[in-house]
Design a protein around this ligand. Structure first.
Ligand code: COA
Length: 386
């Protein structure tokens, strides 16, 4: 076994960020992911993210290692083909608004009749049950409702407004839960021979990330944000410190390191002023090297592109280049966890719309050239022409 999920076949109806990031992680661990897009392309092709050759950078980023088939799921012949593909799949995954897959005729109740071992992952804003279950959602909604938007703003300025989190964490965090739960369901299936439905809600998973804040609230019956504001602690020595060319973030909660710095400065007590006198004229990297050398947890505050250039990140093999048939080469993060026996791997750029339609339908369903041409002419499927 070269890749840990190499025997897993995923039929992927996902769109935008949440679902595509989930299936990309599984694809990087070796699963075969066949992305199903409408003939007009998923909304994720158009954004968010700047367009390059008519497709959003987000799409290029979140669809590595996937094959792409483009088909009209409302066409009866396509429905029949999907039934056959479901029979050959281990996992079906979608992040439509709840009810959409059922209207298309591909709800869990139907699919488990076709393939009782199927693991059906339904990703959504609020889950498949409960008062909001039918509501549409995006990351920003889940972030807002789970407390993160409020906390981000109040942590910055207690008297200011809430601030949206950067970086679509309301998609990426839920996607991690989804991928990990799908792998757990594979283990159950392998032990029992039974599939199951995995219902992942952005709201629930983002709320689960509040585990420490919720315990603090429940024990004190007061918001930890208000408690911190109403009971200010003495100013911290560390935190965000401005140096010659930007900021560093310093954690001073490591006794051995603080003792070393005190000895170096010849003082009994560290203060922010003393630390700044020592490092204020240094560059970020000089301050980083100096303080990390003493044992402090410390790091330069980077913009994302700077992390790509960091020598440590490069030494860990974190960046690889993919070659896209239209936009050419671009750099992407490698699978970021190192397995000693079954490493993850980025193997291909995001696909063009319908890049593999004919190939997949011929290989998996035995469709002939004539049949595929007829389906194309009828508008049931789309093949990218190159
Ligand atoms: C993201 C979201 C708001 C987008 O809304 P939307 O564009 O209306 O998408 P929906 O999921 O409701 O439906 C897509 C429509 O395209 C149709 N469609 C999708 N793929 C199709 C295909 N291959 N062929 C034909 N029709 C297709 C669906 O049938 C549906 O049409 P219908 O309403 O007539 O049934 C919604 O999907 C959602 O809330 N998803 C759950 C939360 C989520 O994941 N958000 C995104 C986080 S990045």
């Amino acid at each position: 076994m070269k890749k840990i999920l190499e025997d897993i076949k995923i039929l992927d109806f996902t769109h935008v960020w949440f679902g595509p990031y989930t299936t990309m992680m599984l694809a990087e661990l070796g699963a075969e992911v066949i992305k199903v897009e409408p003939p007009w392309g998923t909304i994720g092709r158009m954004g968010p993210g700047e367009l390059k050759n008519g497709v959003s950078t987000t799409f290029y980023a979140l669809n590595l290692n996937k094959k792409d088939i483009s088909m009209d799921l409302k066409n009866p012949e396509v429905k029949e083909m999907i039934r056959e593909l479901v029979k050959q799949s281990d996992i079906v995954i979608q992040n439509f608004a709840p009810g959409t897959m059922e209207r298309l005729g591909f709800g869990y109740d139907v699919l488990k009749e076709w393939n009782p071992k199927i693991i059906y992952a339904a990703l959504s804003g609020f889950g498949q049950s409960g008062p909001y279950s039918k509501n549409a959602a995006y990351a920003s909604i889940a972030e807002a409702m789970s407390g993160h938007t409020y906390a981000t703003g109040k942590n910055y300025n207690y008297d200011g407004p809430p601030i949206s989190m950067a970086g679509a964490m309301g998609d990426l965090g839920p996607a991690m839960y989804a991928a990990f739960s799908i792998v757990a369901a594979i283990r159950y299936r392998d032990l029992t021979g039974e599939g199951q439905m995995v219902d992942v809600s952005q709201f629930d998973t983002m709320t689960a990330f509040n585990c420490t804040a919720s315990v603090a609230y429940d024990l004190f019956k007061e918001s930890p944000i208000d408690r911190r504001h109403n009971n200010p602690r003495p100013p911290r020595v560390g935190g965000m410190l401005e140096v010659a060319d930007g900021w560093i973030y310093l954690m001073t909660e490591r006794p051995r390191a603080t003792e070393a710095l005190k000895a170096e400065l010849g003082v009994d007590e560290l203060t922010r002023e003393l630390v700044m006198d020592k490092i204020g004229e240094m560059t970020r990297m000089e301050a980083h090297e100096y303080l990390a050398g003493m044992g402090f947890p410390v790091g330069p505050v980077y913009e994302a592109y700077e992390a790509m250039e960091d020598p440590h990140s490069k030494a860990r093999g974190m960046w690889v280049e993919v070659d896209h048939p239209v936009v050419g080469k671009y750099k992407v993060p490698n699978f970021p966890v190192v397995f000693s026996k079954t490493p993850g791997e980025v193997t291909s750029a995001a696909p063009m719309l319908g890049q593999h339609t004919r190939e997949v339908l011929a290989e998996k369903l035995g469709k002939t050239e004539e049949e595929l041409t007829a389906l194309e002419k009828a508008g049931a499927i789309v093949q990218w022409k190159g």
